[in-house]
Design a protein around this ligand. Structure first.
Ligand code: ATP
Length: 269
């Protein structure tokens, strides 16, 4: 989609309290929040401002949520765009969009610009014969121009989310650009418990519901998948006309999330 402002003045502001199971990522991002809170502290000490941050991890691990939470915590404006925007638009459109977005974000700083699917935008340039995409390269070049064009003292941070930092154009990773990487991995069993508890706390849980056991039964699940398990359980409970989510329904929901939405309707009746 287009760059859109969130954060300042929206109804529900995302904070670190909305995130569980990824304490290392939160700890590292707290530093970005502190910087956005008061950029002058960095400048006074002559510390290099964090201009570009890569959030690295598989889909559904909470990268978007984390970026929004940093904005929420620091009362910063939040703008987002997708790396696929870089590829699809007409020649010149992507570059103009990036220019406008940075201008707007700078006016509204402190601000975060979040780029989802960053690898679609930032793949190595000129990779593969006939694979060149002039529009993508122009847009990427504009992004580099913008990154180099702000000093960092204004409280603007650009965050890119990707699962493939290895295929990114090395020019993007130079000092002063995306020179910080924060890993956002799928949660371990303890992290899974915490994520399940966070999402479960918003729903009526039956006395026998054992979220630690659900965590043990869901190795490899992402935060998004765990949120789906709880959500699916709530749906099944409504359908059954019950009032509380039971352990049996939670376990059934694991299977539903594993088998995926394509098969879901076959299993429903
Ligand atoms: P993608 O790369 O596929 O866009 P992502 O890493 O950006 O995924 P999000 O979109 O932030 O993941 O996560 C999707 C949803 O899953 C969140 O809105 C939230 O409900 C839930 N979720 C994911 N990770 C966590 C987490 N660590 N704590 C709590 N909820 C989480």
């Amino acid at each position: 989609g287009r760059g859109k402002k969130k954060g300042k003045g929206t109804a529900h502001k995302v904070t670190f309290a909305d995130i569980a199971g990824v304490p290392e990522a939160v700890a590292e991002l707290a530093e970005i929040r502190d910087y956005l809170d008061d950029p002058s502290r960095y400048l006074d000490l002559g510390a290099a401002a964090p201009k570009g941050v890569l959030l690295v991890g598989p889909p559904g691990t909470g990268k978007t949520l984390l970026a929004k939470a940093v904005a929420g915590e620091a009362n910063a404006a939040f703008f987002s765009l997708s790396g696929s925007d870089f590829v699809e638009s007409l020649v010149g459109v992507g570059a103009a969009r990036v220019r406008d977005l940075f201008a707007k974000a700078r006016r509204m700083s402190p601000a975060i610009i979040f780029i989802d699917e960053f690898d679609a935008a930032g793949r190595k340039r000129g990779a593969g014969i006939g694979q060149g995409n002039d529009e993508r390269e122009q847009t990427l070049n504009q992004l580099l121009v913008e990154m180099d064009g702000f000093s960092g003292d204004g409280g603007l941070v650009v965050m890119g989310a990707t699962n493939r930092p290895d295929i990114l154009d090395p020019a993007l990773l130079r000092p002063g650009r995306f020179d910080r990487q924060i890993t956002v991995d799928t949660p371990d069993v303890h992290g899974r418990s915490e994520i399940l508890r966070l999402h479960g706390s918003k729903r009526p849980m039956g006395a026998d519901a054992n979220l630690d056991e659900i965590a043990r039964l869901t190795p490899g699940f992402s935060g998004a998948e765990l949120a789906n398990v709880v959500n699916e359980a709530a749906l099944l409970t409504v359908r059954a006309g019950e009032r509380e989510i039971t352990q049996k329904v939670l376990e059934e929901s694991i299977d539903r999330v594993v088998s995926g939405p394509a098969k879901k309707h076959l299993l429903t009746e």
